[in-house]
Design a protein. Structure first.
Lengths: 117, 407
């Protein structure tokens, strides 16, 4: 049984994804799938709020690698917010950070995207 | 110092990733799910957005795409890459190889189109004890950086683990394929067996035109009762066969006795009463895969009150199988024309069964029989097994009767 759930919301061309729990098995693949669907619907920006993420393993890294690749292909913006240091360290080590925009929280990310227009 | 710290972090991450891979590879998931999870672990280890895992089929000389990740083309599963034995020999076992490494290789040249389609950057041929089992194909790393030497070392370890996983999976697939073949063979043999037994039954019934299809009806009714009583599939099949063959002993009974329209003499009764024992003697020589067929057949003319034949057994000594056959054999006899009398109207046959309930027929079995009939009349049973054999013009009458008798 996967200890993972995902909620999302979207307004205009910004989608906010809120994963919860452990991103460490195939149950979390919905995150990759949902982001792909959002991009397909024309969302220009995706925000992933990590505040309820407890653990990310290699499968999780793979899921985020897929998300990064898709946003690059769609020339969209991927924002990570509310990240714990441990998660940020892993993404940095794996070279994912340079392809995403990191913000302290969701409001900062939304404010940035609003400014960016 | 910072580089060393990063290297140490990477090493720790690789070790944790290998543990993840081991966990996924040995999980109890089905092969496809297991391999997909393993592929996610591998792609996560190297930040590779796209990858594919191939299984080698030695008899067909090709690699078959088992699972993939991050491919633009969503219909890749099952796609194949031909590879010949001599081409396999040129691959470096469990060692990551780039397109450049394989440039002069016939295998690469032959599959260049697919190689490009899958954007393969690194090809990892998987071997177990010199036996080629499959391959992992990785796309470019996110950002396009080349694989570092340390990463190639980790890939070699990954290759060993994946090779063993795939090898075991293939053994399992081979076994599953053999099991499926055996099952098919078993089903075919079972069909032949049934056809043969049915042919025997037809031969028994053909001895007398009045008993045409009697064995088939007895078998059919018996199955309906056994099923209603919740018997196991194997046991239901057993009573079906017993029903078909219960009168096999009649083959040796003089046809004049069977077809006689007048009252039978004492010696003739004696002769006809031998048929359960003869049936048993014939069938007991056959090693049926179903238990008690011989006993069902031997005792199908016994009665609960001990006045039946051949052994005058009483209720406690009779199994449910015997009780079922006793009822359905007698019921079909009542509702069929015989040389010495016309068939009873259903109403009379039902009354006769009820009259003999508790002395000749078991109460539980009798109640079950009427309950099935009631259900069949109400359309509660998808494939009725009793009703189609009963020819009665006034179905409403039967319905009322069966409804009153069902318990």
């Amino acid at each position: 049984m996967s200890n993972f759930s995902l909620s999302s919301r979207s307004a205009r061309d910004v989608a906010v994804l809120m994963p919860k729990g452990y991103i460490n098995d195939m149950g979390a693949v919905s995150l990759e799938r949902t982001s792909e669907q959002m991009l397909g619907k024309g969302m220009n920006s995706l925000i992933v709020n990590f505040s309820n993420v407890q653990y990310i393993n290699t499968i999780g890294v793979s899921i985020f690698t897929g998300m990064v690749q898709k946003t690059l292909e769609h020339r969209s913006v991927l924002c990570f917010t509310n990240m714990k240091k441990a998660h940020r360290d892993v993404f940095e080590m794996m070279g994912l950070i340079k392809h995403v925009m990191v913000f302290a929280d969701e409001d900062d990310a939304l404010a940035f995207l609003k400014r960016k227009g | 110092m910072a580089d060393r710290k990063l290297d140490l972090k990477r090493l720790m991450f690789s070790m944790a990733s290998l543990a993840d891979l081991g966990e996924e590879a040995t999980s109890s998931k089905d092969l496809s799910s297991k391999m997909r999870a393993a592929l996610y672990v591998i792609t996560g280890m190297f930040s590779v957005p796209s990858a594919a895992l191939f299984l080698y089929h030695p008899q067909r000389h090709y690699l078959e795409l088992l699972v993939d990740k991050g491919q633009r083309d969503k219909a890749l599963q099952g796609i194949t890459m031909p590879i010949l034995s001599e081409q396999i020999k040129r691959l470096r076992p469990n060692d990551p190889q780039t397109a450049r490494d394989l440039a002069g290789h016939a295998f690469y040249q032959r599959n260049r189109g697919l190689w490009t389609k899958l954007q393969i950057e690194m090809f990892l041929p998987l071997f177990v004890k010199g036996e080629f089992v499959g391959a992992v194909a990785l796309g470019r790393k996110l950002g396009g950086a080349p694989f570092r030497a340390a990463e190639k070392d980790v890939l070699r370890i990954v290759a060993h683990q994946m090779a063993i996983t795939l090898h075991n999976a293939r053994l399992f697939l081979d076994l599953a394929e053999k099991a499926a073949e055996n099952k098919k063979l078993y089903t075919r043999m079972q069909r032949i067996y049934h056809d043969t037994v049915e042919a025997f039954a037809a031969a028994i019934d053909a001895k007398d035109e009045y008993t045409k299809e009697h064995s088939y009806r007895v078998a059919s009714y018996a199955v309906a009762i056994a099923r209603e009583l919740g018997w196991k599939k194997q046991d239901i099949e057993g009573i079906y066969i017993a029903g078909l063959l219960h009168d096999i002993g009649k083959i040796i009974v003089d046809v004049k006795v069977i077809k006689k329209t007048e009252t039978l003499s004492a010696p003739e009764i004696c002769e006809i009463r031998k048929h359960p024992q003869i049936s048993y003697d014939i069938l007991s020589k056959i090693k049926f895969p179903w238990k008690d067929i011989g006993k069902f057949v031997l005792h199908h003319h016994e009665r609960l009150d001990g006045t039946g034949y051949p052994n005058c057994l009483k209720e406690a000594e009779l199994s449910d199988g015997v009780k079922i056959l006793a009822l359905v054999d007698a019921f079909d006899a009542m509702t069929s024309n015989r040389p010495y009398r016309d068939k009873l109207p259903l109403e009379k046959a039902f009354q006769e069964v009820m009259r003999c309930k508790g002395t000749q027929f078991d109460s539980k079995i009798t109640n079950t029989f009427f309950r099935i009939l009631h259900k069949e009349l109400n359309g509660e049973i998808k494939e009725p097994q009793i009703l189609p054999h009963l020819q009665e013009t006034d179905m409403r009458n039967i319905k009322a009767l069966a409804s009153g008798l069902a318990m």
